[in-house]
Design a protein around this ligand. Structure first.
Ligand SMILES: Cc1cc2nc3c(=O)[nH]c(=O)nc-3n(C[C@H](O)[C@H](O)[C@H](O)COP(=O)(O)O)c2cc1C
Ligand code: SF4
Length: 507
């Protein structure tokens, strides 16, 4: 009996040992399989850069759907971008279903929220039309630029973002028929390789179009303008995240390639000035716009974040005094809460006006001075979802540009490490191992799908409001919720101005 019990115990121990060894070996085989398949796949940068471990992110993300409501931030709470908005971008970029169930998780009574006024008789599909075209530089530039695209890629320099990120954006922009702004780092071959329309940005350091002394080089400007793909030039005065501060490119990042593209010495940190040395007044700015347009023959405008706004009237009066050939063809208004690769917290948190205030202000001033048709308005600042883009069109923007929306479409997980060269998704790093995770061909598809879905869904809002296409949206189509939780028409908050009699050409 005792012997039988002993042999039974031994058999159980042997079986347990066998099961343990089997599970252990199976786990090793799975680990090897997972590692190989992760590094070979090209769809998910996180898995490619962090084989095996990266899989847990998706597992926890999945569990988070069930548990975050008890332990973590709600869908609408995170900053700079909440999960609900990011998810919309992710799902659109992946071209998966982005309908939601049961009811809105958005508090529609919170101050500042937008509500659109649907029409009792929405626009039928048969009556809808594609977005209308607009022309930049009409009557002034030798080569005006016409496009029907109203959602485009905002400036992010090659340097701030990686080579595969630039390649994916360029290819994706071409597929979607939208333009891509170079940012202040000059024009690289990677911007051109997709065949998209390009807006070349002239930053304060004039990267890509500077002479040895850092001044604007007319010959270099001409050679940039000679590219058929380069459609417009944007003089950057400031950006929302860091008004009055130039960028810093550390010496380690100034590789031979980047040095050649920017026109700076290799291996030396490059610090752009906090403003253009030759632009110190309204007239200097208008002179520069005129000069760049004369040299390039292409529409020229400027980008800034609005702070002190008195200068706008001075500028618009000066345009009337000096002539329309001094007017910018467009103004890009960035929001105080715009993004960047790196900025001092005091500037990123406290300086400049948000786009919800600056956009109506600039549009109204242009109307008052009879220049609304002549000068197109582009805007940016967390406009990454259809509702925010539709709001901008209602308010009076001609086009919207986004940087971070397109970063999300590239796979950005808002890890907030863009200034550390450790971006886990390969977007803002020059580490080749991390860049390896970002497959440009795959991500280009996502960039295009995000842009296309945006156009489609802004159209859905427009049709619900009873207009035929997004550019027909007006202020009276939107309400903004006030402190008392009741909403007021955008039209009442910012009444549409009329042209001042002295600037009214009809009189
Ligand atoms: C990584 C990164 C790099 C940027 N580089 C530039 C730049 O070179 N020039 C510029 O004018 N703005 C730059 N920006 C600002 C964006 O173009 C844009 O104005 C701002 O982020 C607001 O748009 P968003 O809210 O859609 O990101 C950069 C933003 C990011 C996130
Ligand atoms: S993943 Fe993080 S570090 Fe990379 S671009 Fe997005 S926010 Fe920046």
């Amino acid at each position: 009996m005792t012997e039988t019990l002993q042999s039974l115990a031994l058999s159980i121990i042997e079986l347990a040992t066998f099961i343990f060894v089997f599970i252990f070996l199976a786990a090793i085989v799975w680990l090897i399989w997972a590692y190989i398949s992760d590094i070979r796949q090209k769809k998910q940068a996180i898995r490619r850069n962090f084989p095996v471990i990266g899989r847990f992110r998706y597992f926890f993300e999945h569990l988070g759907e069930f548990f975050r409501q008890y332990f973590f931030a709600m869908d609408r709470e995170e900053l700079p971008f909440n999960r609900a908005d990011r998810s919309w971008v992710y799902r659109s970029a992946k071209n998966v279903d982005n309908t939601v169930a049961f009811g809105s998780t958005r508090n529609i009574s919170a101050a500042g929220e937008i509500l659109f006024l649907n029409c009792p008789f929405p626009t039928l599909e048969a009556d809808a039309v594609p977005p209308s075209a607009i022309t930049f530089g009409e009557g002034q530039a030798r080569q005006p630029y016409t496009t029907s695209s109203f959602f485009n890629i905002s400036g992010m320099s090659y340097g701030a973002i990686s080579k595969p990120a630039v390649q994916a954006l360029s290819q994706g922009a071409a597929k979607a028929g939208i333009w891509m702004n170079t940012g202040e780092g000059g024009l690289s071959p990677f911007h051109l390789e997709g065949g998209a329309d390009i807006v070349f940005q002239i930053g304060t350091a004039k990267y890509g179009v500077r002479d040895d002394q850092g001044q604007l080089s007319e010959s270099r400007l001409r050679s940039v303008a000679a590219h058929e793909a380069v459609k417009m030039f944007e003089i950057k005065l400031s950006q929302g995240a860091k008004p009055g501060k130039g960028g810093i490119l550390p010496a380690a990042k100034v590789t031979q390639e980047i040095a050649d593209i920017r026109g700076i010495p290799v291996g030396h940190a490059s610090i752009s000035p906090n403003g253009h040395p030759e632009i110190k007044s309204v007239d200097d700015l208008l002179n520069m716009v005129h000069r760049v347009r004369e040299i390039t023959g292409k529409p020229t405008g400027f980008k800034f974040v609005l702070g002190a706004y008195g200068f706008l009237e001075t500028m618009l009066k000066s345009i009337h005094e000096r002539g329309l050939e001094f007017a910018p063809d467009f103004i890009t208004i960035d929001s105080a809460d715009g993004g960047t690769g790196a900025a001092p917290q005091s500037l990123i948190d406290y300086v400049g006006l948000p786009i919800k205030e600056s956009l109506p202000l600039v549009v109204d001033k242009l109307i008052e001075y009879g220049l609304r048709d002549r000068i197109k308005v582009i805007c940016s600042g967390k406009l990454i979802t259809p509702a925010s883009v539709a709001w901008a069109l209602c308010t009076g923007a001609d086009a919207i540009v986004s940087a971070r929306g397109f970063m999300f479409s590239l796979g950005c997980i808002q890890a907030l490490q863009c200034n550390k060269n450790t971006c886990p998704t390969g977007i803002t790093t020059h580490d080749p191992d991390l860049q390896n995770g970002l497959d440009p061909t795959n991500k280009a598809e996502r960039v295009a799908q995000y842009a296309q879905k945006m156009v489609h869904e802004v159209g859905v809002i427009a049709h619900s409001c009873g207009v035929r296409e997004p550019r027909e949206l007006r202020r009276y189509h939107a309400h903004i919720v006030g402190d008392n939780s009741f909403s007021t028409s955008l039209e009442l908050l910012f009444p549409t101005r009329s042209v001042k009699p002295e600037y009214d050409k009809r009189k």
